[in-house]
Design a protein around this ligand. Structure first.
Ligand SMILES: C[S@@+](CC[C@H](N)C(=O)[O-])C[C@H]1O[C@@H](n2cnc3c(N)ncnc32)[C@H](O)[C@@H]1O
Length: 194
């Protein structure tokens, strides 16, 4: 076995383990892995996109950019800001953007809890139940009336969806579209109506 062969494979093993460790560390820290939205769900989700007139589109936890790129293509006249904390998926998104530039798409390495969502027109996410609890409070504090929220799989507790679509897949995945229209009182804070 030559020295260069050994060197190459040791380096490869080191880099691959580093990447894997980083993904695992951030998945544990964030409470969710960067699992991308499936092809079927993505197609359905993109068919539910609402009409918006002004404001910013945020994707909260963009993973590998599975939704961020089509979102930026579907809304060429709107700024799409995709937030991600996990360094490997974030770097992958930046690389993708460098290879396929979209002028209205911006990736930020940022915790969405530290992002101000006051200027949003549409928020897209695919997270987990506890995150939806936390986001509910943030949305009710920050969102302007008529802001749209589109969530893959996980509902916002106690909000009434504008539309719910079920995917014909193994998990009967649901996609929830909300329109933030009213905060009535402390018990019934968020409500979205048709
Ligand atoms: C299930 S993946 C979804 C990825 C992408 N949105 C999609 O649908 O393909 C959830 C992503 O949210 C990210 N995430 C979780 N908590 C976050 C936080 N507080 N701030 C930013 N990103 C977060 C995770 O790192 C992960 O990549």
């Amino acid at each position: 076995m030559s020295f260069s062969f050994l060197f190459f494979w040791s380096l490869f093993f080191l880099v691959a383990s580093g990447i894997l460790l980083s993904i695992v560390y951030w998945s544990v820290k964030n409470g969710i892995s960067p699992m991308p939205t499936s092809r079927k769900t993505k197609a359905q989700l993109l068919s539910m996109l609402p009409l918006i007139s002004k404001g910013i589109i945020y994707e909260l936890g963009c993973g590998w950019g599975t939704l961020a790129f089509p979102l930026a293509q579907k809304y060429p006249n709107f700024q799409v800001i995709a937030l991600e904390t996990s360094p490997i998926p974030y770097s992958f998104c930046q690389l993708r953007l460098w290879l396929y530039p979209l002028p209205n798409l911006l990736f930020q390495k940022k915790d969405y809890l530290n992002a101000s969502l006051y200027d949003s027109a549409l928020i897209v996410c695919y997270l987990y139940p506890q995150a939806m609890n936390t986001l509910k409070a943030k949305f009710e504090k920050e969102l302007k009336l008529n802001t749209w929220v589109l969530s893959n799989t996980f509902a916002i507790p106690s909000w009434k969806p504008f539309i719910v679509n079920e995917i014909d897949d193994l998990y009967h995945t649901k996609i929830y579209l909300y329109k933030f229209v009213k905060i009535s009182n402390a018990e019934d804070t968020g409500e979205a109506r048709r």
